[in-house]
Design a protein around this ligand. Structure first.
Ligand SMILES: C[S@@+](CC[C@H](N)C(=O)[O-])C[C@H]1O[C@@H](n2cnc3c(N)ncnc32)[C@H](O)[C@@H]1O
Length: 212
């Protein structure tokens, strides 16, 4: 299969074929993750937090932080007075670092793409930054986001905006959910280079969808 990135650290996670591969790749990366993505010039935590703050009132809780990683994208929100974060991630290593940040009311290991252990219509906001991408959480994660998000609630998420055969399924899925009337697009950023010093080919966009 064609490489997804010329950056060897990024390629390791993008090339993951199974949940076990993903868990191992992120467990191994966890201690260096913040340092490495900071060196790559990661833009997603800033853009994600700005989009969140533009659309969500302080006090809107609980927030599902799906594939929360080390929590670097939710730290600015916590500092701005948001709360009720419930973090889930496939990697215990990433969850352990998130726990050190003291942002989360709860942290649990869960796998996106599988059924989530939350009731229907539970979260007024679901937030998933840097989560849905090749080698990471699959497009089907969006079905569960819609199930666990309240009617009228928001799903704020990102995916790769440069389109190729591995990123297209994420766009097909968001369109399919719109066509089925399960959600509607409220806002989208322009595509932006998300790690300018890591891989200038990779672009992301952040989307806000309102659940029907
Ligand atoms: C690029 S990191 C982003 C972390 C965090 N959201 C941020 O923006 O800093 C991707 C995260 O997704 C998690 N992940 C990847 N595939 C997953 C899956 N199928 N289910 C749950 N978590 C997953 C990884 O363990 C990792 O923590």
């Amino acid at each position: 299969m064609a490489k997804h990135s010329s950056n060897p650290t990024l390629e390791k996670v993008y090339a993951a074929q199974s949940d076990e591969d993903r868990r191992e790749a992120y467990n191994e990366w966890a201690r260096d993750y913040d340092k490495d993505v900071t060196e790559f010039g990661i833009q997603l935590p800033y853009v994600g937090a700005c989009v969140f703050a533009k659309h969500v009132e302080v006090g809107t809780e609980p927030v599902l932080d799906a594939a929360c990683g080390t929590g670097m994208h939710s730290l600015p929100l916590k500092m701005m007075g948001y709360g009720g974060f419930q973090g889930i991630d496939i990697s215990d290593g990433m969850l352990a670092i998130a726990a050190e940040r003291e942002i989360y009311d709860s942290l649990q290991r869960m796998v996106l793409g599988k059924r989530l252990e939350f009731p229907n219509d539970h979260f007024p906001v679901t937030y998933a930054i840097g989560a849905l991408a090749p080698g990471n959480a699959p497009p089907e994660s969006l079905d569960e986001f819609i199930r666990v998000t309240c009617s009228g609630g928001l799903v704020i998420w990102s995916t790769h905006a440069h389109v190729n055969e591995r990123t297209q399924p994420f766009h097909d899925k968001r369109q399919e959910l719109s066509n089925r009337g399960l959600w509607e697009l409220v806002f989208e950023t322009k595509p932006f280079v998300s790690m300018p010093k890591g891989d200038s080919v990779i672009k992301h966009a952040v989307y806000v969808y309102r659940v029907a």
